[in-house]
Design a protein around this ligand. Sequence first.
Ligand code: PPS
Length: 321
Amino acid sequence: HAVKGGLEGRGGGALGGGQVKNCGGVAPAAGGACASPPPLSRALAPPRAGSDAPSPPVAHPKFGNKKLPNAIIVGVKKGGTRAVLEFIRIHPDVRAAGTETHFFDRHYGRGLEWYRGAMPRTLEGQLTMEKTPSYFVTKETPRRIAAMSRDTKLIVVVRDPVTRAISDYTQTLSKTPDLPSFRELAFRNQSSGPVDTSWNAIRIGLYALHLENWLRYFPLAQMHFVSGERLIADPAGELARVQDFLGLKRIVTDKHFYFNRTKGFPCLKKPESSGSPRCLGKSKGRTHAQIDRDAVEQLRDFYRPFNVKFYEMVGHDFKWD
Ligand SMILES: Nc1ncnc2c1ncn2[C@@H]1O[C@H](COP(=O)(O)OS(=O)(=O)O)[C@@H](OP(=O)(O)O)[C@H]1O
């Protein structure tokens, strides 16, 4: 997932407006008053919205400690993982790594200290988070996360697997214009045969199969499933559930969102302190490639039993039919 403009690709900085709950690792002065730390709002100010230029490096105040994540958004690719991370990190008790670390799938050999180094500094009581959407479908990841900590909370943003596959294809097409057609990739035997489950865009949507692997290492209660569809229709509602799951006070609410009619998606309102309203980058909420109705119907039929199994496993009907 290339780092793009908009809200993506920021350093580990939380959004402005967070409350400093203690002296930020700085010893309180006599009488218990905190020595004044560098102004957080300035040090952690987000880049200006709409700018595609890479954010200038943010000089992080050297207080707080880097910790391994308490919670990880593990998937799914194109589910809405960036939106969940950007929305939850408004919470003053959450700090998140801005870029996908790919530690558990690509860089595991670098060791846990490398991983810790990729995390933002946190103050006492703040949660550390990251998101790497490929984790959900990587066989080794659940075992590796469990080896780090069995207490890690796991968030999975799921979306109708047919729409997800088309979104995934649209992304690849944007980088590889001479890509074969969706139909050619999705079906075997010159497009007339069965669904080709070896194509990643198809395989990722077999949520029930991937989940089985996670349940060998984590109880279901430690996993939270966000509906990618509800996330667009009612971001505050989905974020309320995410905050409950993380044991956080419900601070991110409908007051933080507005529907941007130009983008056609919810965006973040201007924070009280400073800045401008912010939408996700251009690669989020793209117009999808046109796929013929037959192919879509065939895929719907193909995924139906896997979806039903997934609903049973998680105890929630995502209504993808
Ligand atoms: N508020 C808001 N703004 C923009 N986009 C939003 C939002 N909420 C959810 N989404 C959906 O997020 C989809 C991209 O998912 P991911 O961030 O998981 O993609 S990635 O795997 O990191 O590439 C992206 O997929 P596409 O619509 O196919 O581009 C969006 O549908």
